[in-house]
Design a protein around this ligand. Sequence first.
Ligand SMILES: Cc1ncc(COP(=O)(O)O)c(C=O)c1O
Length: 475
Amino acid sequence: MVGILFSERTSVVDAIASNETRSAVQLEKDYVLHTWQNRQGDWDGPTVVGGEGAWFWDEEGKRYLDLSSQAQCNHLGHQHPDMVAAIQKQAAELCFIHIAWGAKPRAELAKRLIETSGMEGGKVYYAQSGAGATEHAMKVARWITGRQKIISRYRSYHGATSNAIALSGDSRNWSTPGVPNIMHALPPYCYRCPFQLTYPGCNLRCASHIADIIEWEGPNNVAALVVEPIVGTNGVFAGPGDYWRELRDICNHYGVLLIADEVMTGFGRTGAWFGWQHWPDAAPDIMLLGKGLTAAYQPLGAVVLNQHCASFFGDHPLPTGLTYSGHPLCCAAGVAAIDLYERDGLIERSRKLGAWMHGQLREISTHHPSVGDLRGIGLFAGMELIVNEETRQPLSPWPHMHPALKRLKSEARDRGITLTTRGNLLIISPPLIIEKSDLAWGIAQVDELLDIIDEEYGTQSNGWRPERTHHIGFR
Ligand SMILES: Cc1ncc(COP(=O)(O)O)c(C=O)c1O
């Protein structure tokens, strides 16, 4: 008979009893591996037990204003009653049916994605995350073109799974070395132009450089160019002027598929449904979605294929699949999120409130010498922190984080606001539903907190270097 010895049973009972007395934070520390930490011991809670709108609170009742939308995903804030109701309704009706069968929310969401993107005649492949969308888009692009190489850019992020992190132009890709057939182009990073040119005199060298790479790699070998139309936490910058249109033209010229990674920029983050729609005549061939797709109420990713790409699968196999592809509960959350974006005019709200937010941030930046550059669009802003305006010396070498920025982040938390930081960037990306008065309060806090960084301004003659080499840069 298989059983538990008395002594083992006692220890299980003891463990359960002690779990009950251990704090929630301690339980988390004891059992959970926290992602993107340099050391697991760096994680120090708190445990969050509730939320409403742009606010959430921990088990001690301390409230936090969410100026990061968690990981730029919580577009509708916390516990939106209509989202909760839509998920409950679907759960009561049909929690799951495999994609071998039809499911109403799956089809409805795909239809709505084609409509909002204007990618008429297109179709949707469902993944479970942004990284999953990247993985599948890479495969799909190779099948459609029969070519193997994929180009992305430095200072990009496309997910943490093996191919997605290798595709990311981010030093965190050390975690999956040796993935072949991926090339990285230089980014359109005007504040620190890698070509040391200035727009518009540069003639968009950052775009023509990608045409050079395609030529050198052999146009018949290059399947796709994967680009975030507005780079996420790896920079918060878009290419200047007609950069995106140039990329479209280059891809057309070489028959290379243009893939827009809209995982972070999608669903109103930048004041448009999708970031590429700031250049509406230059639609991508494929679009990657996640995060705002369900406003983080369910995990879901999607690959939207335009008509040309989708039609390929009319007479070719689709040799891939996921057990939970198009999970009805997740798709119902996606439909409900799109309903709310439309009903409450949230895309337009992000554009208008975002313009106001950028005005306020510009205003406070004028009296903080450590803010070298303020970038972004919609409810998505990045402040690049420096210690010398003339040389633009960054507060810390990318992607390392200076102790002063760590201090700022921790003091922000003490004051009850959450901000995203990465390298020498401070990122403000509130939920699209945030009250203007709350946002104003948050910006006033940021104004005071920036004094911490100003203390570093002008003090570093040779630049700050991290004590140990690590490759994460969030904390
Ligand atoms: C642009 C972009 N692509 C892909 C991903 C990966 O998404 P996920 O974390 O859902 O896998 C992210 C996540 O931050 C992202 O910002």
